[in-house]
Design a protein around this ligand. Structure first.
Ligand SMILES: Nc1ncnc2c1ncn2[C@@H]1O[C@H](COP(=O)(O)OP(=O)(O)OP(=O)(O)O)[C@@H](O)[C@H]1O
Length: 470
């Protein structure tokens, strides 16, 4: 077989080398220069005839070509000081028929200026690339894993274990739980632990999607399929999720007429773009979530039974924060750490009184609400400790924490001796005032606030019970 270069005339070759890598040098195994191209001669200010046959280090200052020709190890993009400036050079060992015969050196940039000009041209492209990378990560990749799901209570751990166990299955998962319990976090974590993790995670909010846009959003459309259709068409959510996971959030809020369209995709596992030429096969894992009671909706005829069965292959019920009161303390501390980072306020702690209040509140908004409360507290706390007055008023104003809980009489232990009611009330008031003063570090205004009392009634009570200080 003919050599690959045989068709190129000999006198073309040098020009080809000059164009391919401006400054080029070739040495034999002993580091003797066999070839120095025109551009390199010009850069070094030497004649080729003078240089050829000489040891490379005698012609090129600080050269390492003789080392590469012996070691057989390439040196790529190394800084090479020459002629008072630092150029960037590549040195490659030259193997012919498997044998090390010498080395080839090229100069990528003859000085840092060249490199700067080059990187200036490259920078906008890199910025653009990073922008799309971030956009892709934000829109198409899952952001959380099971490590982000904090909680040690039994019910929560059971839900987490089940979710882990079914992560890699292909079956549909229905996540049930009140608003703010972490259903979306679970969906991310399930995808992250599955073998689909390197494929997209696409969220479709079924509550916010207008009926008129459902088809184009969910199935996509072809260019020119309707007035206003985007040039090049648009990929729908199912197509975008292909190979990965689609998370149908707030599925209980999907209008009945759209439920049948969704059911068709789930049954047939194919979609057809609006104005498309035919169906496209899709391979997506379906996760869905709702705070609604789907069984009740099915019974009332507002949710399709067949769709319910499709989605509810594996049901995971996420407990409300009320049902995992033991987790409130640890979760508050975790959320505090998160907020410290977000708001750049470090070294904060939550006081015992605040923990008491948080533990007895009923948390209708669950972890999302707790997160908001902690964020607010971090914002309004001046010192390093979060006290009750840093919580929103509805959490503590005018009430003792115990009134938040539905205490059953038979749950209350009988303690101490039975006193006449007036005396018991007096003792309780004295104790409550002393506790509040202690919690407020002796500050009467703060103590009054903690007790949910006006300043003057607090002072009246203090003088009635002769309490002057702690
Ligand atoms: N176990 C947890 N550990 C730490 N943070 C959590 C946990 N669960 C939820 N969160 C946080 O609480 C907030 C609400 O979570 P998420 O959006 O997943 O709830 P949701 O149940 O999907 O709510 P909705 O039903 O309103 O959509 C998020 O900011 C999330 O980071």
């Amino acid at each position: 077989m003919k050599g690959l270069l045989e068709l190129i005339p000999q006198d073309w070759l040098e020009e080809v080398i000059n164009l391919a890598a401006e400054c080029t040098v070739v040495v034999d195994r002993n580091g003797i220069i066999l070839y120095l191209n025109h551009a390199y001669c010009k850069f070094l200010d030497v004649e080729a005839e003078e240089a050829i046959g000489k040891p490379v280090q005698d012609v090129i200052e600080n050269s390492r070509m003789q080392i590469v020709a012996k070691s057989g190890k390439a040196e790529v993009a190394s800084i090479h000081p020459i002629n008072g400036s630092e150029m960037i050079a590549n040195r490659y060992p030259l193997y012919v028929k498997g044998e090390l015969v010498g080395a080839v050196g090229t100069v990528m940039f003859r000085n840092p200026r060249e490199w700067l000009d080059y990187s200036r041209k490259l920078q906008p492209l890199m910025d653009e690339l990073n922008y799309y990378k971030k956009k892709y990560e934000k829109e198409f990749l899952s952001k959380y894993d099971f490590g982000d799901l904090a909680g040690e209570s039994e019910k929560f751990k059971e839900a987490k274990e089940l979710a882990k166990r079914v992560s890699d299955s292909h079956s549909a998962v229905l996540l049930l739980g009140e608003s703010g319990t972490g259903k979306e976090l679970f969906a991310h974590a399930i995808h992250q632990l599955s073998s689909r993790r390197n494929f997209p995670f696409i969220r479709l909010n079924c509550a916010s999607i207008p009926e008129t846009l459902f088809e184009s959003e969910v199935f996509g459309y072809e260019e020119g399929s309707f007035t206003g259709a985007r040039k090049g068409g648009k990929m729908g959510k199912f197509e975008a999720a292909n190979g990965g996971t689609i998370f149908l959030d707030e599925i209980g809020d999907l209008p009945l007429q759209l439920q049948s369209k969704l059911l068709r995709v789930l049954q047939e596992r194919e979609i057809e773009r609006v104005g498309g030429k035919g169906p496209v096969q899709i391979d997506v894992r379906v996760l869905s979530a709702t705070h609604q009671n789907l069984e009740k909706m099915v019974a009332e005829g507002t949710f399709r039974q067949d769709l319910y069965y499709r989605l509810n292959v594996i049901k995971i019920e996420i407990p409300s924060l009320r049902q995992r009161a033991d987790d409130i303390g640890p979760l508050s501390r975790i959320l505090l750490k998160k907020m410290e980072g977000k708001l750049n306020r470090y070294g904060l702690r939550i006081s015992e009184e605040v923990l008491g209040i948080l533990q007895t509140y009923h948390w209708p908004g669950n972890i999302r609400e707790l997160e908001n409360v902690v964020e607010r507290a971090v914002n309004v706390t001046d010192g390093s400790t979060i006290y009750p007055e840093h919580l929103p008023l509805y959490l503590w104003s005018g009430k003792s924490p115990v009134t938040f809980r539905e205490v059953q009489y038979n749950e209350l232990p009988v303690e101490g001796k039975i006193l006449p009611l007036k005396e018991a009330v007096r003792n309780a008031e004295v104790q409550a005032i002393k506790n509040a003063l202690k919690a407020a570090g002796g500050n009467k205004m703060k103590a009054a606030k903690l007790l949910g009392m006006g300043k003057s009634s607090f002072y009246d009570k203090c003088s009635q019970y002769s309490i002057n200080s702690l």
